[in-house]
Design a protein around this ligand. Structure first.
Ligand SMILES: NC(=O)c1ccc[n+]([C@@H]2O[C@H](COP(=O)([O-])OP(=O)(O)OC[C@H]3O[C@@H](n4cnc5c(N)ncnc54)[C@H](O)[C@@H]3O)[C@@H](O)[C@H]2O)c1
Length: 282
């Protein structure tokens, strides 16, 4: 296969007339990605289990001048996922981008989680990835023009996560699934990548701030623990996703991109109250 020689142009970052499906796109990070994709030219299908949230994001997409279609979907139910994908193709004609974003967790010691808790986490954060990947990849293969799948994992998939053990195991599994699928789908020019956010300012984080403030650390905690000194906005998660999904990312597949303000790099180093880096905070 020949190596392209034409240099990239600024317009290669655009997603003009691409069609993206975003699971859990009704709120938080998924909504941020949906709106950014629309601003960069894509039509967007919101596959959220919450119909009001899905419709509200779809309406925001329409305000940006792109098609926004909400198809209420629980990613844990493969029949619903297949119906969503069939409807998306019927309504918008094709699918070029899939973002597997739906997910979430609650803090719990492993020994208190029990079988129902394990299943709840696995169904949403691990199995919930397979249905959309299966159904959308088949559409992309039939279209014959490549595609991109972005899996929203977490920094917890790359480090120990006490009180989030099953969630973290699912998010780690997601990263290896990403690499395997990158190889299985490479012959179809379908690229598969993962992102690992850390502290993102989403409704989910606000819940943590409210109920587990000692863990979330508040603004002062983030100033000390995050090298870039703050939580990240959903738009700051969306921007690298636009790049990955665009023509400019066309040679990137099978990677895990941390979008974390430096916390993967700092891995245990935090600032003391005077702002000095230390391994043993007091
Ligand atoms: N917020 C963070 O700090 C953070 C950090 C790392 C990774 N993540 C990951 O990012 C993703 C999005 O997180 P968020 O913080 O935006 O969450 P959120 O709770 O703010 O939003 C999640 C959205 O997904 C939808 N959803 C939940 N279950 C669903 C299901 N079964 N099927 C379809 N839709 C469903 C919800 O209705 C909601 O609109 C998750 O996979 C999460 O694990 C979040």
């Amino acid at each position: 296969m020949s190596i392209p020689t034409k240099p990239f142009a600024p317009s290669d970052i655009l997603l003009t007339n691409k069609v993206a499906v975003i699971t859990g796109g009704g709120g938080g990070i998924g909504q941020g990605i949906a709106l950014a994709f629309a601003r960069f030219g894509a039509d967007v299908v919101i596959a959220d289990k919450n119909p009001e949230a899905g419709e509200s994001t779809a309406a925001e997409v329409e305000k940006l001048g792109r098609r926004g279609v909400s198809i209420t979907t629980d990613v844990r139910d493969f029949e619903q996922v297949q119906t969503m994908v069939d409807t998306a193709v019927k309504e918008l004609g094709r699918i070029d981008i899939l973002v597997n974003n739906a997910g979430g967790t609650r803090m719990s010691a492993f020994l208190e989680l029990g079988e129902q808790g394990w299943d709840r986490h696995i169904d949403l954060n691990f199995k919930g990835l397979f249905g959309p990947t299966d159904a959308v990849a088949k559409v992309m293969i039939a279209q014959g023009e490549g595609g991109i799948i972005i899996n929203v994992s977490s920094i917890e998939g790359t480090r120990a996560a006490p009180l989030f053990s099953v969630y973290a195991a699912c998010k780690a599994g997601m990263l290896n699934f990403t690499r395997s699928m990158a190889l299985e789908l490479a012959d179809h020019n379908i690229r598969v990548n993962a992102i690992t956010p850390d502290v993102v300012d989403s409704p989910h984080l606000k819940l943590f701030d409210k109920h587990y403030s000692y863990l979330s650390g508040g603004e002062e905690g983030r100033r000390r623990a995050v090298p870039l000194s703050r939580a990240c906005s959903v738009d700051e998660i969306a921007a690298p996703c636009v790049f990955l999904a665009s023509e400019m990312g066309r040679y990137i597949t099978g990677v895990t991109l941390p979008i974390d303000g430096g916390t993967h790099a700092s891995s245990g180093w935090v600032r003391d109250p005077q702002g000095r880096w230390t391994l043993f905070p007091t």
